[in-house]
Design a protein around this ligand. Structure first.
Ligand SMILES: [Zn+2]
Length: 98
């Protein structure tokens, strides 16, 4: 289901750690064939939107299931934190090279 990005010219598969470094750049030269390609963060933005949406839904569910607002602050903090961590972990799988 999750695939790391490949070079659009020679289809060299990039490693997880490489993609993490490349994701901040707009353009990158392939280490294998030397041709340059554009780095697309569109998939990453979609991932971010989904994660934020999911954490909001989960937080609303937690809030509505708990009567005591003070008690529910901790799980909300945890789910929001987890959402950010998940987004960071899966970022390289949502970066595309064009
Ligand atoms: Zn290449």
């Amino acid at each position: 289901m999750f695939r790391l990005p490949v070079c659009p010219h020679c289809h060299t598969v990039y490693h997880y750690s490489d993609v993490r470094k490349i994701k901040k750049k707009k353009e990158e030269k392939c280490y294998h064939c030397g041709k340059s390609f554009k780095v697309s963060r569109l998939g990453y933005l979609v991932l971010l939107a989904i994660v934020v949406l999911l954490s909001v839904v989960v937080n609303v569910m937690i809030l509505s299931s708990m009567s005591n607002i003070l008690v529910s602050t901790a799980p909300i903090f945890i789910t929001s934190f987890l959402a950010v961590v998940i987004a960071l972990i899966f970022t390289p799988f949502f970066i595309k090279f064009k």
